[in-house]
Design a protein around this ligand. Sequence first.
Ligand code: COA
Length: 153
Amino acid sequence: MEPAQMTIDEANADDAEAVWRIRYSSEVNAFARTKEIPALSNHIQWFTKAYIGGGLNRCYVMRTAAEVIGYCRYDVDNDGSYVLSIALDPAYHGQGVGSRLLGETLAMMQKGAEIHAIVSRTNSGSQRLLSKYGFTERTRDDAWLHMTKAIPV
Ligand SMILES: CC(C)(COP(=O)(O)OP(=O)(O)OC[C@H]1O[C@@H](n2cnc3c(N)ncnc32)[C@H](O)[C@@H]1OP(=O)(O)O)[C@@H](O)C(=O)NCCC(=O)NCCS
């Protein structure tokens, strides 16, 4: 299926399990800062509180006709900026889907919003994707790059 035939919209409560499945797939978890896998029931509770019901956090999902194949979360931080987390079902990596998901969801964020991403120094694919959409490196430590972008006003 071409990326153009997939749809992007805000997650609903029924999407919690698909997001858990993608986030904790071994390919995605390998690049994550927190690798411990929570019980699905705990994840569903957390997801519902974080994204469903009108708070400031945003979780967008990419859907085929059959299923959710990726998500892009923007979690509001203490200073009002957002922390980005994007991942796809490994079966869809490297086909332009992540590029479309990131580009279209950035366009939905409010003007002036500051977005942060913390990326493993070994995750060159993700660094390249973020750079393509205007993220620049702010700091780095032994393991992680901190990249930021401000949505134009
Ligand atoms: C990161 C991720 C969302 C990218 O989505 P994707 O659909 O695989 O990426 P795309 O096919 O849209 O490629 C986007 C760009 O990144 C580059 N890229 C993607 N994966 C790459 C890889 N493994 N190595 C090198 N470049 C890569 C592509 O070359 C492309 O750049 P180009 O258009 O200039 O060629 C996806 O691979 C993923 O879920 N990875 C695991 C989770 C993760 O690392 N999340 C990021 C944490 S911030």
